[in-house]
Design a protein around this ligand. Structure first.
Ligand code: LLP
Length: 418
């Protein structure tokens, strides 16, 4: 299957490593990732796009753990960043990979732009006219030239959750594609700027390939116009957003990625660009799980609640997007199935992982895994309720190692002043 998590007899393993042992050794809540699964996803993408000149710029926001960034840098990946903080992560994980960084985001600050200019990143994805001016000013001040793309908004609809759809004219992202040509012409005259590409990103968790093809088609047309205007446009950044299946529906990542690549390759055939892609979720979501222990089980009226030691501060996707994550016991005990809400201890009714979910009956002390939690799990975690963030473990070659220790109360309070 698409996941590295599988039962060996009654016990769940990740890439052959027993998860009960990991939960006991490192405690819960615990994020566990399979390096092998990450590598195989990157290889799938690399193989699918093998015929075209391309760079995979992994979207750091999906999971920004340094050890993962290092692994991806070693595989030749570049990175899509959205802040000075993410740039610093790339710098620490793989300084050389900074030359393969694209910088996206609707509100870049001067210090972040300066840091990226000093780091010599590949390209800025500029999202407003004001940012064109700011980037020019900063590049000039530092005596640098900024390679830039406009992130255009292609006004393409893609089926996904409204909070993670970005490619329509009502969204805050990018610049309307119809206005792009004039803005490029202006940018080309400004000091310190080198218009070098066009970028697009229509949203996240998109499983249909048609909207990707449609948006890239519109971008291709713009590139041809810009070239006719005399600009040397050599990068086409097709963004990220390629989705996975969270539930039990059959999902063959190899087959899907082949279809995705075929659709994009067909649209850019003969264009002569270096293709950039910004995948996040496809690479890391299914490699990871959140392990948690059941604290207590209780019955309130007609409802049964399974309360776990992980909460919405560890994994907010169900609360924020009504996202579905499979929840499976780390040890099958042959108990009867039971329906319950699986919830965290945080003081919000929105703090749930699943509602009316059927699982093998769970009892206090049991360990469960929330699957497909590698993307937008740890990276969206918080200290809400003054809960320290979970630890993270990376499994590689049959061995597990801690890549981030559990956050202590002391660390949470360190910046505060009485
Ligand atoms: N590039 C840009 C400009 C983006 O904004 C994003 C994601 C990506 C690439 C990577 O998209 P991916 O390949 O991972 O779909 N927290 C939400 C997802 C937010 C996505 C934000 N932008 C979730 O948990 O579903």
């Amino acid at each position: 299957g698409p996941r590295p998590f599988a039962y060996n007899g009654p016990r769940l393993e990740v890439s052959g490593v027993d998860l009960v042992s990991l939960a006991e050794q490192y405690g819960t809540p615990l994020y566990v990732y399979s390096a092998d699964n990450v590598r195989s996803r990157v290889e799938l993408l690399q193989r699918a796009f093998a015929g075209v000149d391309h760079t995979l710029c992994y979207a750091v926001k999906a999971n920004s753990s340094l050890a993962l960034l290092k692994l991806l840098g070693e595989m030749g990946c570049g990175f899509d960043i959205v802040s000075g903080g993410e740039l610093e992560r790339v710098h620490r994980a793989d300084a050389e990979a900074q030359s393969r960084v694209v910088f996206s985001g609707v509100g870049k600050l001067a210090w972040e732009i300066d840091a990226a200019l000093e780091a010599g990143i590949l390209m800025f994805n500029v999202e407003s006219e004001a940012e064109v001016e700011l980037l020019s000013a900063r590049a000039q001040a530092l005596g640098r030239t900024a390679r830039m793309a406009l992130r255009v908004n292609p006004d393409v609809f893609a089926e996904t959750h409204p909070y993670i759809s970005t490619g329509m004219s009502e969204h805050k992202f990018g610049i309307a594609i119809a206005r792009a040509r004039a803005i490029y012409a202006h940018a080309a005259k400004l000091p310190g700027l080198e218009p070098a590409g066009v970028s697009v990103h229509i949203g996240s968790q998109i499983r249909d390939v048609a909207p990707f093809a449609e948006s890239v088609k519109r971008v291709r047309q713009l590139i041809e116009e810009l070239r006719a205007d005399g600009l040397n446009i050599r990068y086409l950044d097709a963004g990220g957003g390629f989705g996975i299946e969270y539930g039990r529906k059959a999902f063959d990542p190899a087959e899907r990625v082949t279809a995705y690549a075929a659709a994009i390759k067909e649209v850019i055939a003969g264009l002569g660009v270096h293709l950039l892609l910004e995948p996040g979720r496809f690479i890391i979501a299914q490699a990871g799980a959140l392990l948690t222990r059941v604290i207590a089980v209780k019955q309130n009226g007609a409802k049964r609640f399974v309360i776990t030691d992980a909460a919405m501060n560890d994994l907010i996707r169900p609360a924020l997007y009504q996202a579905h994550h499979e929840i499976v016991p780390l040890e099958l005990r042959g108990r009867a199935a039971q329906v319950a809400d699986i919830v965290g201890p945080v003081c919000e009714s929105g703090d749930f992982f699943a509602r009316d979910r059927e699982t093998e009956a769970l009892e206090a002390g049991d360990l469960v895994a929330l699957l497909d939690a590698g993307a937008y799990g740890m990276s969206l975690s918080s200290n809400y309720n003054t809960r320290g963030r979970a630890a993270e473990v990376l499994v590689e070659g049959g061995k597990a190692r801690l890549i981030r220790r559990r956050e202590t109360v002391e660390e949470m309070l360190a910046g505060e002043v009485l």
